[in-house]
Write a protein that binds this ligand. Sequence first.
Ligand code: SAM
Ligand code: SF4
Length: 467
Amino acid sequence: MLNHDGFVPEEEFINGDYIRETLEKSKAASDEEIERILDKADRFEGLTHLEVAALLTNENPVHLERIFQIAGKIKEHIYGDRIVMFAPLYLSDYCINGCTYCGFNCHHKYNRKKLTMDEVREEVRILEKMGHKRLALEAGEDPVNCPIEYILDCIKTIYDMKTDGEIRRVNVNIASTSVEEFRMLKEAGIGTYILFQETYCKETYEKMHPHGPKSNYWYHTTAFDRAMEAGIDDVGGGVLYGLHDDPNFEVMGLMLHNEHLEKKFGVGFHTISSPRIRPAEGTDPTAMDHGVDDEKFKKLVAIVRLAVPFTGMIISTRETMEMRKELIKIGISQISGGSSVDVGGYSARERNEPQFILSDSRTNEDVVDWLMEEDVVPSFCTACYRSGRTGDRFMSLAKSGNIKNVCLPNALMTLTEYACDYGSDEFKRKVDRLVASKLPKIDNEKVRTLVAGNIEKIKGGERDLFL
Ligand code: SAM
Ligand code: SF4
């Protein structure tokens, strides 16, 4: 039963032949057509998968320059110059799948581990001291060692912790599951349900996932249908670049998937992650054959930004500091900081097997400091989810152009809270200077006055103020 053998959805919304044909045909798009598409993106209207295909296959450097320029404009216009911070928390590396590229695959022999509830609390206390308010829970797939009840216990343990710097939003990145189990996650109060498609190419998918429950392409690809049916409004997708030989195909898959969710549920991806494959112990080196180079990767990220201007875009510590700096300018709105990708890695009494090797191993403090040097406001905001701004309610606020008037204020308030709770005197002064330079960017005078007042209240000891 767990192999989901024979599972095929009512509608096969990803069709490899169609994607390949569309990409081929789109190579004929004229300069006028590309300019029309770019003008549309420049008006924040988003793009269809056909328009995306035309941009993906166009090699003209003049158009590429404009793609980057518009991506930067969209990012600035919609979200303002803030970056939301989060950290992954690895709960369990027990896994019965054979994903050829992942250090947790079942053929890799090492001592597996899952956190006890005391260890969950210990890890969370460390993450809180790093300033984090938003976590992404990660686990391998193993219904015996890591059943849904265990994940639910972890979520409850985290939300129940009554500490000073509490975790306010718990996102979950676990295997595709049933509507019933998604309902349990919804009831437990998760934020976003995140699942990477890995690859949209069915043949490559089957090669990379030779056995185990994850091997059924369609059961995996329809996870968000079941999550949304269960009432989870915010779902986060992504592909693992490097598995399939054509990254354009992967972006097309993402677009068709997004259009499918929009058509069926009225709202598409809340976030899109763009992980690139990294070396990992115990994996098949040929799984890394199709790495995407930096220039191509930037182009893909920017085109996604143009296509879905209101979708959050996430980059993890799989990318180097230099790369993250460039990606922030062209559309990324969320990054992780100070991450550990092994079970128990934050308390690290014993070193465990990491899922893959990181590219950015700076502390969260260093990442925050660096963002500020880049004139970006690191944000520990968790307001939307807690104010009921999820799913289409979030999207309509974003589309009205008003999300910026909420994001920047919340970023300034949460950064001040972070400085008060964890910063040195020198860091506090630095935050004060940044806040003073960014406050005038809040257009609405009433909101500006409110935020300035709230910042004083936070300095006076009040916490968790948000719009
Ligand atoms: N086990 C669940 C699953 O596979 O969907 C939950 C998430 S898994 C812990 C997190 C993600 O890490 C995977 O979806 C995969 O995209 C990514 N990952 C695995 N191996 C990787 C590697 N070598 N380099 C970069 N990312 C990797
Ligand atoms: Fe297991 Fe997920 Fe790693 Fe695959 S990617 S081996 S399912 S943890």
